[in-house]
Design a protein around this ligand. Structure first.
Ligand code: R5P
Length: 314
């Protein structure tokens, strides 16, 4: 087994290697003066089981292209198997035709990854579970739910004082899993989206949040419009404290300003996407998914089951 990383999230790659006590493979990646990407594998990979870490995060198109070029490079260098570890899958929100004459870009990205030569994919909390079906190679779709819940359990908030809130109808299934694990009540925000960057929160249904500690769980925070709107609605409904939580902290546009101004106790995310200083909200807590990804890599390499990763905290 050999592990390599693109440039999208070197810190996560180092965390995975440190969990596995395995060295990070040596790779040179640079840009030509016109922006084209160049790479060279600096060690022999012939016949090896390769794990290639690259979340396709900001700058998304650069990250996707770099991943494709790296896969091509490993394929031509005679790797035995190439597993792409894509903890954040960019373009995941373009997963269906929700209007006439629009693309299904998530399917295109899946096709590109397979055409480049990937033999399997590991990803985490992709916006829509059906994206797994866009690939005809095996996909291990992990979720960060246990990592996030273990942090909230460590706060030792009594279950009667706690309410899990789904920030929109699409997140209900995820919220139910958190509600089950945290053994508390559930409320749902009815969100209407008017454009890619504008949302409106219409109603709050389900359990009362009055006087409670509310935790809003989403798959990603992008412009933060959805989560801040929901946080305000929950706070106005009487919540004592509001935590917002997501696997992927995309934080684009003026997300950080919105999060800093919102009535939020803490923004809890994972490290699938690296945080730069200008994309760092004031009250942010970053939990690492490196052990979870590392354990998945280990188990895949040794042909062991990964089912336990969905039920047990690593
Ligand atoms: C939408 O369905 C997703 O689950 C997220 O709620 C959404 O993509 C977050 O985007 P933003 O932060 O821009 O509102």
């Amino acid at each position: 087994m050999k592990i390599f990383s693109g440039r999208a999230n070197m810190e996560l790659a180092r965390g995975i290697c440190s969990y596995l006590r395995h060295p990070l493979g040596s790779l040179t990646i640079t840009n030509f003066p016109d922006g084209e990407i160049y790479c060279k594998i600096e060690e022999n990979v012939r016949g090896h089981d390769i794990f290639l870490i690259q979340p396709t995060c900001l700058p998304v198109n650069e990250s996707v292209m770099e991943l494709l070029i790296l896969i091509e490079c490993f394929r031509r260098a005679s790797a035995k198997r190439i597993t792409c570890v894509v903890p954040y899958f960019g373009y995941a929100r373009q997963d269906r035709k929700d209007d006439g004459r629009v693309p299904i870009s998530a399917k295109l990205v899946a096709d590109l990854i397979m055409t480049a030569g990937a033999d399997r994919v590991i990803s985490m909390d992709m916006h829509a579970a059906q994206i797994e079906g866009f690939f005809s190679v095996p996909v291990d779709h992990l979720n960060a739910g246990l990592v996030l819940d273990s942090y909230f359990k460590s706060l030792q908030i009594s279950t009667e004082d706690l309410v899990v809130v789904s920030p929109d109808a699409g997140s209900i299934k995820r919220a139910l899993a958190h509600q089950h694990r945290l053994e508390c009540a559930l409320a749902i925000v009815d969100k209407r989206r008017s454009s890619a960057s504008e949302t409106k929160q219409a109603n709050l249904t389900g359990a009362s949040v009055d006087g409670k500690v509310a935790i809003l769980f989403d798959d990603m925070i992008s412009t933060a419009g959805s989560i801040c709107g929901a946080a305000e609605m929950v706070k106005n409904a009487g919540a004592q404290k509001v935590y917002v939580c997501a696997t992927h902290g995309v934080f684009c546009g003026n997300a950080v300003q919105k999060l800093n101004a919102a009535p939020i106790e803490e923004v809890v995310i994972t490290d699938t996407i690296p945080l730069t200083p200008e994309r760092m909200p004031e009250k942010v807590r970053v939990l690492s998914v490196a052990p979870l990804l590392g354990e998945a890599i280990r188990r895949i390499h040794f042909n062991e089951s990964i089912s336990c990763l969905f039920n047990e905290q690593i």
